[in-house]
Design a protein around this ligand. Structure first.
Ligand code: CAA
Length: 390
């Protein structure tokens, strides 16, 4: 039975900082960001967006199209959880008025948890072929001001419906996965910003890729030439390119650098102007590939490398389904990205420093431009959400 991604929709904040603005404030050459790490803009969530509103807004078009009607499993993947106990997905389940016969839990393993969600959902559909699962990966990548990671911030959510006979991408059964206890990136419960050993994290990312690939290749018998495109986890676009080059070099693939990197290029377009979306980053890459590639990718094989610090990595593959273009939300995504508002440096810092109050009082948050849902306030430690659609 073919199982995989039937529909995919994403959402990001309506506000961004151009990295030229950040470079000026930090007195560094803008090419360090534009060329050195391959990033141009970073999405910044206003005070009335969080992982719940990002996620609900990402899934809203799916709800409107009736795609959530048969969903009985909802997995919410995030590194930026809002509660130690309650799954953020339950708020989304309520906002989207999903049916109550549904399992809903939150998954965590840094940026890998979206892929954990996808693979667990495939298992659910294999056992219940008529039913569907919803996987949402929603995150806010936040590093300290003036830290090396600052330029790699971003935010966004990807909502994917997983079903039998998927209309976008069928996931192949072979996969290589690898876990090792390392401290390259982490966020203790008492911190809002991630801690990261930046250079070390890039080395672990590559080591984990090589290990995951080894297992995948042993299981599938495939080599790199059996792939038409690649989607990598994208903390910043240069990371994906460097890792792919390393893999090709290790495997002694005799393809020129430009030709090799061309197989990644379409998948990096959205991330370059959105920034890191942690658990959703690789799937934003998939949307970018399917929605911006000029070539018809029907029946093409895509290789995926998912990485979550700490760490877990996985290499797997999928086949793009004939007719996939009819089921994309390409225009909506392009409009969202084209109509965002640029922040000045001062606006960015003000938003960054606007913390959610923790004293249990009642607060109403200022209204910014959001999607159909906003995080309107907090009262007695309970988050309050508002639906802006009629
Ligand atoms: N023109 C062109 N290139 C320039 C330049 C200029 N004027 N100035 C610098 N550069 C280049 C540098 O040569 C360097 O390139 P190489 O890596 O090819 O040598 C690149 O720009 C970056 O410069 P630095 O190495 O000096 O940058 P840095 O040390 O200040 O920050 C970083 C880099 C450590 C990766 C930092 O961005 C960071 O900590 N990021 C967060 C952690 C991260 O994303 N890790 C990735 C793996 S972990 C993961 O994937 C999980 C996750 O999502 C977090």
């Amino acid at each position: 039975m073919n199982i995989g991604i039937d529909r995919l929709s994403f959402y990001t904040s309506n506000y961004f900082v151009d990295l030229k603005t950040l470079a000026k404030a930090r007195s560094v050459d803008p090419d360090k960001y534009y060329v050195g790490i391959g990033q141009e803009k970073m999405g910044i969530p206003p005070p009335d967006e969080d992982v719940v509103t990002l996620a609900a807004s990402a899934a809203y078009p799916l709800m409107q199209d009736g795609e959530l009607d048969d969903v009985e499993l909802f997995l919410f993947a995030t590194e930026s959880g809002i509660d130690q106990s309650k799954a953020a997905g339950i708020y989304v389940h309520g906002l989207l008025e999903m049916k109550r016969r549904c399992r809903c839990v939150e998954l965590k393993q840094a940026c890998y948890s979206g892929t954990a969600g996808l693979q667990l959902a495939i298992g659910f559909v294999a056992r219940n072929p008529g039913k569907k699962a919803l996987v949402i990966a929603s995150d806010i990548a936040r590093y300290e001001l003036r830290s090396p990671g600052e330029a790699t911030q971003g935010c966004g959510a990807v909502a994917m419906v997983i079903s039998a006979n998927p209309r976008l991408l069928s996931i192949e059964p072979e996969c290589g996965y690898y876990t090792e206890d390392v401290m390259d990136f982490w966020r203790p419960n008492y911190r809002l910003e991630a801690l990261v050993d930046g250079k070390y994290s890039t080395m672990v990312y590559i080591h984990t890729l090589l290990e995951s690939w080894k297992q995948y290749a042993e299981q599938s018998g495939r080599s790199l030439v059996d792939f038409d495109r690649f989607c990598y986890h994208i903390p910043f676009t240069k990371m994906a390119e460097k890792a792919h080059q390393k893999l090709a070099h290790k495997l002694k693939v005799s393809v020129g650098k430009e030709e090799m990197l061309a197989l990644l290029e379409e998948s990096l377009r959205y991330s370059r102007i959105m920034g890191n979306c942690y658990a959703g980053a690789m799937y934003i890459g998939l949307a970018s590939l399917l929605e911006t590639a000029e070539e018809d990718l029907a029946s093409k094989r895509v290789g995926f490398y998912s990485y979550g610090s700490g760490c877990v990595g996985e290499f797997f593959s999928g086949i793009v389904q004939p007719g996939y273009r009819e089921f994309l939300y390409a225009d909506q995504h392009r409009n969202l990205l084209a109509n965002r508002t640029e922040l000045t440096y001062q606006q960015y810092e003000d938003i960054f420093n606007y913390g959610v109050p923790t004293d249990g009082g009642s607060y109403v948050f200022p209204q910014y431009k959001t999607g159909p849902f906003r995080f309107s306030g907090i009262s007695q430690h309970k988050r309050e959400y508002e639906t802006l659609t009629s």
